[in-house]
Design a protein around this ligand. Structure first.
Ligand SMILES: *Cc1c(COP(=O)(O)O)cnc(C)c1O
Length: 383
């Protein structure tokens, strides 16, 4: 990987592009690439020989697309999905010419030459995109790869049924296009009881049969757990690779991937009546031992995300409001003097999962992961 690519794909602190050292950082994000590989193997085992891609959009769900790609490549994964053309170009520089890189959101008008030069495979979501890619192929005098996405019932991306019919009836619509996959995306795959899944699957079958024969792809992480009828020829998991539970009503079948620990910046004791934090939303009702940690909403820790940190299995509740760069903890449950400046407390780890933190904030693990900030020291393990 050359320097430019690593700059494009690695998050840095806000002070000039160098990764922040462990000593200087306010918090440490540990990313276990071995756990990502284990999750890939677990998904593969469920897929019974069906191919399995890796979804690396939003910088590998915030964990570093280049690192994740190289870990997955070691498991034989050679198909990656990103959302945007720019992500695809950066990922191509990082992974080299081998793997297929699909761009889920399609190509914005005018970006086709850049995408072709980087060897990207657009996910074609409209008749206009199909025509633009066909013309790019004609100009270059060679065929170009693509996936065709149909909207089977999510109304987000992909050709609507009428558009599928129209292009299917148009002579030469796919000239010069090497259709690698026909694909669609499920709106409610994490709700296995929902009839919408089966409705979408049938609609997917109906639509893809109008198109030139090609391998098919429907399942995201949760879709894999809907069973073999949803697997087709390629699965496209993202979240499950990163340890988010793809079966939210059941125990998590994946292993955790990240750990987040923040440093104690300062400790203090306050007496009864002390006002704590912005807005004095809390007053001490008796003597309290407090620790202020160097992590806040400026690091992507949502003001309503989980409201406690942990130390050696002991819960340390947040007191008062989450600030931009700090949070005040009630550490009275620990022996006096047990925590001091520089000690690390757990925000995500064995006591509190990504999904736990998300649940408190009324959001999903995906948002917690992709929000994780640029100021952390990032430590990759298990590679
Ligand atoms: C994000 C995305 C995926 C991966 O979804 P997960 O739920 O993270 O597994 C797969 N396919 C498409 C079209 C997506 O947008």
């Amino acid at each position: 990987m050359d320097d430019d690519a690593s700059h494009a794909l690695t998050r840095h602190d806000a002070t000039g592009g160098q990764p922040v050292s462990e000593a200087a950082a306010g918090a440490i994000l540990t990313i276990d690439l071995g756990a990502i590989r284990e999750n890939y193997r677990r998904l593969k085992a469920r897929l019974n020989g069906v191919r399995c891609a890796g979804v690396l959009k939003a910088d590998g769900y915030g964990l570093g697309a280049a690192h994740v790609a190289s870990a997955l490549a070691k498991e034989g994964c050679d198909i990656f999905f990103v959302a945007l053309t720019g992500e695809g170009i950066a990922l191509r520089e990082a992974v080299g010419p081998g793997p297929d890189i699909f761009v889920l959101n399609g190509l914005p008008p005018g970006s086709e030459p850049e995408a072709a030069a980087a060897g990207l495979c657009p996910v074609i979501n409209s008749a206009r995109q199909l025509k633009a890619w066909r013309e790019t192929a004609r100009r270059l005098g060679r065929s170009l790869p693509a996936a065709i996405q149909v909207d089977s019932g999510m109304a987000r991306l992909g050709m609507a049924p009428a558009e599928v019919e129209a292009v299917a009836g148009e002579a030469g619509a796919f000239d010069g296009i090497d259709i690698r996959f026909v694909m669609s995306h499920l709106a409610r795959a994490d709700e296995p009881q929902q009839a919408a899944n089966e409705t979408q699957r049938r609609e997917f079958d109906r639509l893809r049969k109008m198109l030139p024969a090609a391998p098919a792809s429907l399942a995201n992480s949760s879709g894999i757990f809907l069973g073999p009828a949803y697997h087709y020829d390629l699965a496209r998991p993202g979240a499950a690779l990163y340890g988010v539970n793809p079966t939210p009503r059941e125990p998590n079948p994946m292993v955790p991937v990240i750990g987040l620990r923040a440093k104690v910046a300062q400790t203090r004791q306050v007496g009864a009546g002390a006002g704590i934090g912005y807005g004095h939303t809390r007053h001490a009702d008796g003597p309290l031992d407090l620790a202020t940690i160097s992590l806040g909403y400026g690091d992507g820790w949502h003001r309503r995300a989980a409201s406690a940190a942990w130390f050696g299995g002991v819960r340390l509740p947040f007191v008062g409001r989450v600030s931009m760069d700090s949070i005040i903890l009630d550490i009275s449950a620990l022996p006096a003097g047990r925590l001091g400046e520089g000690d690390l407390v757990e925000l995500i780890g064995p006591s509190q999962s990504v999904d736990d933190a998300a649940g408190h904030a009324g959001t999903i693990g995906y948002e917690i992961l992709t929000s994780l900030g640029a100021r952390f020291h990032r430590r990759y393990i298990g590679s």
